[in-house]
Design a protein around this ligand. Sequence first.
Ligand SMILES: Nc1nc2c(c(=O)[nH]1)N[C@H]1C(S)=C(S)[C@@H](COP(=O)(O)OP(=O)(O)OC[C@H]3O[C@@H](n4cnc5c(=O)[nH]c(N)nc54)[C@H](O)[C@@H]3O)O[C@H]1N2
Ligand SMILES: Nc1nc2c(c(=O)[nH]1)N[C@H]1C(S)=C(S)[C@@H](COP(=O)(O)OP(=O)(O)OC[C@H]3O[C@@H](n4cnc5c(=O)[nH]c(N)nc54)[C@H](O)[C@@H]3O)O[C@H]1N2
Ligand code: SF4
Ligand SMILES: [Mo]
Length: 698
Amino acid sequence: MNKPLPTTTFSACPHDCPSTCALDVELLSDGKIGRLRGSSLNSYTAGVICAKVARYSERLYHPDRLLKPMRRIGLKGEVRFEEISWDAALDLVAENFLQVEREHGAQSIWPYHYAGTMGMVQRDSIHRFRHSKGYSLQFDSFCTNMAWTGYVAGTGKLAGPDPREMAVSDQIVIWGTNPVATQVNVMTHAIAARKKRGAKIIVVDVYRTQTMKQADIGLVLRPGTDAALACAIMHVLFRDNLADRDYLEKYTDCPAELEAHLQTRTPEWAAKITGLDVSQIEEVAKLIGVVKKTYFRLGYGFTRSRNGAVGMHAAASIGAVTGCWQYEGGGVFHNNGAIYDLDKSRIEASDLKDPTIRALDQSLVGRILTGDKDALFGGPEVKAMLVQNTNPMSVAPEQELVRQGFAREDLFTVVHEQFMTETAQMADVVLPATQFLEHDDVYKGGGHQHLMLGPKIVDPPEGPKENIFVVNELAKRLGATDHPGFHMTSHEHIDWMLQHSGYGTLEELESGRWIDLQPDFDTSHFIKGFGHADGKFHFKPDWGRSNAPNKPLGSPMGPWNAMPELPDQWDAIEAADSEHPFRLVTAPARSFLNSTFNETDSGKKKEKQPEIWLRSEDAARFGIGDGDQVKMGNARGVVTLHARFYEDLTPGTVISEGIWPNEAFTDGKGINTLTGADPVAPYGGAAFHDTAVWLKRG
Ligand SMILES: Nc1nc2c(c(=O)[nH]1)N[C@H]1C(S)=C(S)[C@@H](COP(=O)(O)OP(=O)(O)OC[C@H]3O[C@@H](n4cnc5c(=O)[nH]c(N)nc54)[C@H](O)[C@@H]3O)O[C@H]1N2
Ligand SMILES: Nc1nc2c(c(=O)[nH]1)N[C@H]1C(S)=C(S)[C@@H](COP(=O)(O)OP(=O)(O)OC[C@H]3O[C@@H](n4cnc5c(=O)[nH]c(N)nc54)[C@H](O)[C@@H]3O)O[C@H]1N2
Ligand code: SF4
Ligand SMILES: [Mo]
């Protein structure tokens, strides 16, 4: 007898990736899932997804999945646990939270979460729990702050030309992102433009990435010098009469001032700062000036520096000088966050949010847990945490402090996880979580324009429960379920949010799978004006009062007063010095997604081992050979890993791809031992790619 053919159903990728792919999921006759594919019906996904999600069954049926609630029986970090029932686990958590609240106040409890799933019901319900109890708030700073702030400083709105228009561009500039690894669909559309129209692809990065290998022109510059490149490009545009002066007059705030300011920002000036050749800068500037339909796809990578917001703003400014925004296939795109306008008040219980409660900075978790008064805003110590959707013991900067903090015997930590992550290992109570194919949720694409449904497709094994179950059950035990959001199923939440946002019903989304929310051409291209009150693109942002989307603390931070008024190279980076001659960039690995997928064998096999890539001549200066074990350090700590010669980066730059578990390093200390948590101006953020280090053999 022939085996029945697999049937196919649909979902959406839950991971923190701008592509948010529309998925076709194979259901096998034994009820298990088979391969995942990109939906060819979705105009952005266009049938393509990354390899790590295509083989999701490896993660779903992984033998190391957490299946039972557990409580700690050893010392913190000894990783000795015993299984307990869900009821006993939830009771234990509630008891401890109530006790902490009685003794130290509600703000000494800090629900801590991030982007393990991007589903809005499962990810954001923790806020409903937080607000209904008056626990400490969280200021999100791992990822988007500098990028969004810099982009919005120019455009006034976090949105831009339809990324599908890349397919009709004559030239695509991929700047500070490595889409082959981090958001594969950008390549689909860019390559389509090359095939159909001979579009050129230009890539700007700090090493020759997989993406740059596919480019027509690659610019490898020094980390944190993108604003210098952008200024020199704009200098050439003005100098050679390639600026669109009518556009500048109509659409920008101070074109004459910008032109005067850029007089001295010559290619020669920028070459010294960036490490590029003058001829490379001239060539790219000319192409950008002459090819009107140029689409800039600006990523996050180049903004993870202490001058990151300034770099993003400078790069975005180029488009306002050429006027490429006016054309189909032209403009500057970073993220579409502002097009969705969703009513999440039922999910988050935002009506209960008390803005006077402190918002603790997620990147400062190490300082916070070790009692840093400033990081605690002078308030009570953190005594209990519920951690969901994040793995701070791997991903947060200043790991030495993070470890010390989570090792505190007087800190009661609950970790709700799919795997025994390094954070779960430090918990008092570990709760097993469902994976995305086992629960309902709804997703929005940051790098595109679709709101997408990801319904429950298979039953979880006995044990794992979804995030809203944990949040609702704890709220019940803590006597805090007044808000109607606690009495709704995930279906009801999705339906309510859709209806109250004006996007129909859940039933409609179920039949359509997704909604395309791309605004019309004029809106996306800012033809009727940019997002600021004066309708102009701002070359001269008011950094201290910008309408950045991510500024819950209200006031600017970091050395924001020193930010340049106009696009310029800003000296705020952690520069190399005689003690720290190298600049470290911790770029993403293709087979991992932050710390996710580093539990699967195929991911580990592909990425091999933690490495530091450097030029052979740099290595030789320090007596380091290819493959040698090396120590790399700075005042924050020391890590041990293996050197690999890599010639396609600037002298003095070193690259370490991937957030490996700390335990994958020889001395058990991972890459974030070296990265800093100091808030970047003007609205916070962690400068993951901006670290000065020393290197030696050993
Ligand atoms: N495979 C994989 N995919 C991922 C992730 C992952 O870890 N792995 N992470 C996901 C997440 S959370 C996010 S936010 C996105 C981020 O995706 P991206 O927008 O691509 O940002 P990054 O991954 O930080 O870095 C991208 C590139 O920026 C480069 N870069 C670093 N510093 C500089 C600089 O100063 N100038 C320039 N020009 N380039 C620089 C790095 O070398 C890297 O190649 O990707 C998501 N997708
Ligand atoms: N050195 C360095 N550090 C970085 C970066 C870098 O480029 N370099 N990038 C930074 C960036 S951009 C980001 S966004 C952060 C990301 O940091 P995190 O958001 O912490 O991302 P992950 O490491 O993938 O961890 C997410 C965890 O959530 C769990 N999870 C997934 N789905 C669910 C669910 O439905 N329920 C529950 N309870 N858990 C779930 C996963 O198993 C995983 O362990 O890392 C930052 N750290
Ligand atoms: S490319 Fe990104 S969104 Fe698409 S399947 Fe892979 S991780 Fe998910
Ligand atoms: Mo991120």
